[in-house]
Ligand binder design. Structure first.
Ligand code: GAL
Length: 676
């Protein structure tokens, strides 16, 4: 293994005055009653639990009938936890409005057929409905007045896992038209921007503009309307949260505000939602009945850290078997501890397991907690106890440590929306594109920041722009400046295809970035699963699929050529010197071997070091603090792994010392070395 790290861009892992890494749980006092609190609190203390989240689904108990609040039971729980040294996150309960509320008010969201999505589960509310908005403000204010000065309440979680408000009701239609009028100023502007002359869709009255309702034979609406609909509903969700945040900021001085995002959910603009939080948090379930999340776990950590560029929390961490009607696999001994350490290695500072105890009733009976239905502490409890002890022991070293990255991957909601609206070909989804770059970098232990287009690129040596499909003038200029000042960018197929109205540009691709890339896309070939191959400059070959751009060299040099298909012999990957920097254009999607050759070349040229020879399934991340470097290795698999490590390091946590290291099944090692 070789390693010569040269860290640059930094993300602060902790800014609090008493930083610590710690363990918590979600707890539902309304499910268990007061008597059980007397058993659970001592058990939590024994396990080393330092924080609980409560209240996020308890609206029917907090406001049993309209305007009649009862906070006594929650306050009792908050105080009992607080007095036991366990701090509290309170959730606003707006993800599950009660039955009495729906009986009185029809705030149900409508689907594309305008059918109401009624009572019986949760999220059955339209975030644009005026009554829902008002009720959300009311319950938030009542809770905030009650708990805003409670010393044990450390933070608030707004709602729960907010995603796009895909609702098609009349309130949404009205709000959408107002949003459009505000954006475009006139129907002429809107008609021009959207190209409504296509299929005679020119609007002469705002009232004529539809939502993307179900249409004849399920045909797709204008892509420009679809893009604006998504932006509008994202804004609506942001405003919905903002109304809660404004109340909490005013009435709860000193208490922090966050939200639990669904990781890689891309139905809304999470960067915009994050603007109102003090720190970011996400819900991490590596293995569910629906499959293993694999690389989406570390990517989810980095995406979440990128929301605020600082330490984040796991608001829900998998505690055991997950499942509703069907169950996922049992977690193996050590696995939940390994996942938690993996989160810390990506910059998480507080990890709350979901949930303390499996619920006896309701839809989520089989989403298992640390304790099972019988409430008896067993294996998972012991694992959490061990983890909390380790976190306590290592906090003096790891709290306040920073993730430093030389590499940024840029993503934003518009790009996600663009590929959802028109996937074009199988395999082109933006997360898939991102993972093609992210996976090898992760395997080589290279820290990566997932940043928004508004981020400062100057600290990064390498900026990757996976499929930057909807390209604005401003962003193209920003990339141009970054490269001309010495930065390196990597572009993918479909760069610059659309303007910000989701209309195809009428200049050769890659559109506004053509001069930077130094190539012209002469034509392209959607390949989907069809496999082809390329040959690199060093004669190595690799497989490709999904897409192939035929590239004409303007000023760029070729780095790989197609070996087969109608493009045989034509450049597939190029590199262009632009100002003081370099722009790589990758006209296709490759297999693992492809990215090994392609990315290693770029890392070498950028002077970014990487680890070689790490056993598969081993996570290696590096944190930095006060002249020291902390390398956290996590074995994510059930087989023992052997590694040899260069350099001088001290083992703070781990199974074995000297210059070789054994990682047992799901084993962890934390190494300290001097920063070089
Ligand atoms: C999360 C959600 C929790 C719980 C959990 C298990 O997505 O935030 O409330 O539902 O999944 O299903």
């Amino acid at each position: 293994m070789t390693e010569t790290k040269t860290g640059q861009a930094k993300q602060t892992v902790s800014k609090s005055s008493a930083p610590r890494i710690r363990v918590g749980v979600t707890y539902y006092p309304e499910h268990w009653g007061k008597a059980r609190l007397g058993i659970d609190i001592p058990l939590m203390r024994e396990a080393g639990i330092q924080i609980v989240r409560m209240g996020e689904f308890a609206w029917s108990r907090l406001e049993p009938s309209e305007g009649r609040y009862d906070f006594s039971w929650l306050e009792e729980a908050v105080n009992a936890f607080g007095q036991a040294g366990i701090s509290v996150v309170l959730g606003t309960p707006t993800a599950a409005p009660p039955a009495w509320f729906h009986q009185k008010y029809d705030v149900y969201p409508r689907d594309e057929w305008k059918r109401p999505l009624g009572f019986g589960t949760r999220l059955q509310r339209c975030l644009n409905h005026p009554v829902m908005r008002e009720s959300s403000r009311r319950i938030t204010e009542a809770m905030a007045r009650h708990f805003g000065h409670n010393p044990f309440v450390e933070a608030w979680q707004t709602d729960n896992e907010l995603t796009q408000n895909y609702c098609y009701c009349d309130y949404c239609a009205k709000a959408f038209r107002e949003w459009l009028a505000d954006k475009y100023g006139s129907l002429d502007n809107l008609n021009r921007a959207w190209g409504t002359v296509f299929w005679s869709q020119e609007y002469s009255d705002w009232e004529q503009i539809p939502l993307p309702w179900f249409a004849k034979c399920g045909m797709a609406h204008n892509p420009s309307l679809q893009l604006d609909y998504r932006r509008f509903q994202s804004d609506a969700t942001v405003t919905f949260q903002q109304e809660q945040v404004n109340i909490l900021r005013c009435l709860c001085p000193g208490q922090k505000i966050t939200h639990n995002i669904m990781g890689l959910n891309d139905s809304m603009d999470y960067f915009a939602l994050a603007a109102d939080w003090d720190f970011a948090a996400w819900d991490n379930y590596p293995i569910t009945p629906w499959g293993e999340n694999g690389m989406r776990v570390p990517l989810g950590h980095d995406v979440t850290r990128g929301m605020k560029n600082r330490a984040f929390w796991i608001m829900e961490e998998q505690a055991g078997i997950t499942g509703w009607e069907m169950m996922g696999p049992q977690t193996e001994p050590g696995q939940i501890r390994a996942w938690a350490w993996q989160a810390v290695s990506h910059g998480a500072e507080t990890i709350l397991f979901f949930r303390w105890r499996s619920c006896l009733y309701g839809t989520e009976q089989y989403w298992h907690g640390i304790l099972n239905h019988d409430g008896v502490p067993r294996r998972h409890f012991q694992e959490v106890k061990q983890l909390a002890k380790e976190f306590g022991e290592l906090s003096p070293f790891l709290s306040g440590a920073e993730v430093r990255s030389d590499v940024a991957i840029v993503h934003d909601a518009d790009q996600h929306y663009g590929y959802h609206i028109q996937p074009q070909v199988r395999g082109m989804g933006l997360w898939d594109q991102i993972l093609r770059f992210y996976t090898p970098l992760w395997r080589w232990g290279v820290n990566v920041d997932l940043v928004s287009p508004a981020a400062d690129f100057s600290p990064y040596r390498l900026v990757i722009l996976p499929g930057w499909y909807i390209l604005s003038d401003e962003f193209a200029d920003k990339v141009r400046q970054y490269v001309s000042r010495g930065g390196t960018v990597v572009m993918n197929p479909r760069t610059g295809v659309k303007n910000i109205d989701n209309v195809c540009v009428q200049i050769p691709l890659p559109g506004l970035l053509r001069d930077v890339a130094g190539i012209t896309v002469a034509e392209y070939s959607p390949m989907a699963e069809k496999v082809g191959s390329v040959q690199f400059r060093d004669q190595n070959t690799a497989s490709i699929s999904v897409w192939a751009d035929q590239l004409l060299l303007d000023t760029a040099e070729p780095f790989a050529w197609y070996r087969d298909s109608i493009y045989a012999g034509k450049p597939a990957v190029t590199c262009n010197d632009f100002g003081k920097g370099k722009a790589w254009y990758c006209g296709t999607f490759g297999d693992e071997g492809f990215y090994h050759i392609f990315l290693k070349q770029i890392l070498n040229e950028c002077g970014i070091s990487s680890w070689d020879g790490l056993p598969k399934g081993t996570s290696v991340r590096t944190l930095y603090r006060e002249g020291k470097r902390y390398t956290i290795l996590v074995n994510l698999e059930g087989q023992e792994k052997q590694l040899s490590l260069p350099g001088d390091w001290k083992m703070l946590l781990g199974e074995q010392g000297l210059n070789t290291l054994t990682l047992k099944a799901y084993g962890i090692a934390v190494l300290e070395s001097d920063r070089s």
